[in-house]
Design a protein around this ligand. Structure first.
Ligand SMILES: Cc1ncc(COP(=O)(O)O)c(C=O)c1O
Length: 392
């Protein structure tokens, strides 16, 4: 039998899988590859969070199915997090839901809100699930350029021509932005909220990098804009701020109709996050603010080592204001062959794995993304390899 799966055919093999394979082949040959490919945090989860997990895991009461939308105390803590950080009121009962990481939350949220054929507006390039969630749900994408900064994207949004049939249903935003590292100020959200209200679409803002912003800058929540809850929800991830990537916890907050839709869909799909993980997440949100600046400082130092090192190799890349990434235009002499070929060459000739920009969308072509997930020494070692390759 030859089966056909039309949905799966719409999902191209992950470009990153090609790089991963090359990385594994090289490692098998005994080569040392510095892996700056995937945004997979390498730092340990802080002790108080791990300790709470262990304690809660020993209690058999926590071994049963949990609540799909998150236990009440976790939702209360989400609400307190918003109040403390942004002065924003979130009702834990109706305006917050725990998700199995921001990625699961985001993809099911899109599925909950659309019908096949709906239009979804996304930045290009984007974190892959920001566009593929819409593809999986059978939607059509409207892509906005973002490489040159927030003004480029806002300008394209302002000038968007709307077909008479099929108004967009969702606008996807995410700042600090993966992969471009673009950050915005509140005025960006103010205008986006006004446009969404006028046009009648919803905004999903993915604030996964809420804390990963440097040099005294602050990443705003969309809810700092009065009335934003009428048109928006926001996602947060525990993966980056608390180095909890493998734990799979995040949350979504905001518009209650949207939260209710996601709650309903998820109640069909899952039984909730393992309860000890939810209990430990309460500790993270309640007691672990102090670890966040330490984590941010580690990423900032790595950023500086990489940016300065690339400059000494003759590769000038702007220093990102936020995220755990560096988004680098490919040096001119290599640009023609494209980002995938350049990334392959970086593995084989420099011993460095990065993500090719094309993996994030058409407008990602011409770039590669470095994830700051190895320590300063290893990044310096990567620079030595890159220098040798570029000056060969
Ligand atoms: C913008 C963005 N959102 C969400 C995630 C994933 O978050 P989580 O681990 O909570 O699923 C990532 C991970 O790289 C990301 O870059």
């Amino acid at each position: 039998m030859d089966y056909r799966f039309p949905l799966i055919e719409k999902l191209p093999p992950y470009v990153f899988a090609v790089i991963n394979q090359l990385k594994m082949d090289a490692r098998r040959r005994g080569e040392d590859i510095i892996d700056l490919g995937m945004g997979n945090p390498d730092l340990p989860t802080p002790d108080p969070i791990v300790d709470k997990l262990v304690e809660a895991a020993r209690n058999p009461r926590n071994h049963r199915y949990s609540a799909s939308r998150g236990i009440p105390n976790l939702r209360v803590e989400i609400s307190r997090w918003y109040e403390r950080r942004y002065g924003v009121e979130i009702d834990p009962e109706t305006e917050a839901i725990a998700t199995i990481g921001a990625k699961e939350g985001f993809s099911h949220l899109v599925l909950a809100l659309v019908e096949p054929g709906d239009r979804v507006i996304v930045p290009d390039p984007s974190y892959p699930i920001h566009s593929f969630a819409a593809t999986i749900a059978g939607c059509e994408l409207i892509k906005l350029p973002i490489n040159d900064g927030p003004e480029e994207m806002m300008d394209a949004l302002r000038k968007l021509e709307y077909p008479r049939s099929g108004q967009p249903k969702i606008l996807v935003l995410s700042f600090p932005h993966n992969p471009t590292t673009v950050c915005v100020e509140k005025d960006f959200f103010e205008e986006a909220v006004a446009i969404a209200r006028e046009r009648g679409y919803l905004i999903i803002h993915d604030l996964a990098y809420a804390d990963l912003i440097f040099d005294g800058n602050k990443a705003p929540s969309i809810f700092e804009i009065p009335g934003a809850k009428d048109v928006a929800v926001e996602m947060f991830s525990m993966s980056k701020s608390y180095s909890m990537a493998g734990w799979r916890v995040g949350f979504c907050a905001g518009n209650r109709q949207v939260i209710a839709a996601l709650t309903r869909l998820k109640s069909y799909l899952d039984y909730g996050i393992f309860q000890p993980v939810q209990i430990a997440s309460i500790i993270a949100l309640r007691d672990c603010d102090y670890v966040v600046p330490e984590i941010v400082d580690i990423y900032r130092k790595r950023r500086d080592v990489l940016i300065k090192g690339l400059a000494t190799a003759g590769w000038q890349v702007p220093s990102p204001k936020g995220t755990m990434f560096v988004w680098a235009k490919i040096p001119e002499q290599y640009a023609k062959k494209g980002s995938l070929e350049f990334a392959k060459r970086l593995i084989t000739q420099a011993g460095v794995a990065v993500s090719p920009g094309i993996g994030f969308g058409e407008r990602g072509e011409g770039y590669v993304r470095f994830a700051l997930v190895e320590n300063d020494q290893r990044i310096s070692q990567a620079i030595r390899g890159i220098k040798t390759m570029l000056n060969d």
